[in-house]
Design a protein around this ligand. Structure first.
Ligand code: HEC
Length: 95
């Protein structure tokens, strides 16, 4: 029994957060490939660099970013995610 629980835990430890899986909850607003203006407001995030996206997500998490008046909404999206998870998302969706 113990073994079966251990294997997925080790996979997470070895490979870190999975950006593709984490991004799924963002796709509804930003599009499956980051190609949409979320709610007609945000930048098209697939055109942002990985660094820009990571920085923006950290700023939302800290409550310091508000580009189109919807910063608090984005804060709610990322508030419970670790910096490592945000980095994995940025790596996945950024150019
Ligand atoms: C409910 C819709 C919604 C969801 C879900 C959502 N976003 Fe957003 N996102 C927005 C809106 C609206 C903005 C513009 C916020 C503002 O005014 O600063 C935005 C802004 C952004 C920006 C900055 C773009 C810019 O204009 O500078 C990034 C990067 C981003 N979102 C990534 C994500 C990621 C990654 C997720 C998933 C963890 C996510 N979003 C989930 C609606 C959403």
């Amino acid at each position: 029994m113990g073994k079966f629980l251990l294997v997925p835990l080790m996979a997470v430890a070895l490979f870190g957060a999975d950006g593709a899986t984490l991004y799924k909850k963002c796709a509804g607003c930003h599009g499956p490939h980051g190609e949409k203006k979320a709610l007609g407001k945000s930048a098209i995030i697939k055109d942002m660099s990985k660094e820009e996206i990571y920085k923006a997500l950290l700023e939302y998490k800290a409550g310091k970013r508000n580009v189109a008046g919807m910063g608090p909404l984005m804060k709610g999206q990322v508030a419970n995610m670790s910096d490592e998870e945000l980095k994995a998302i940025a790596e996945y969706i950024g150019k």
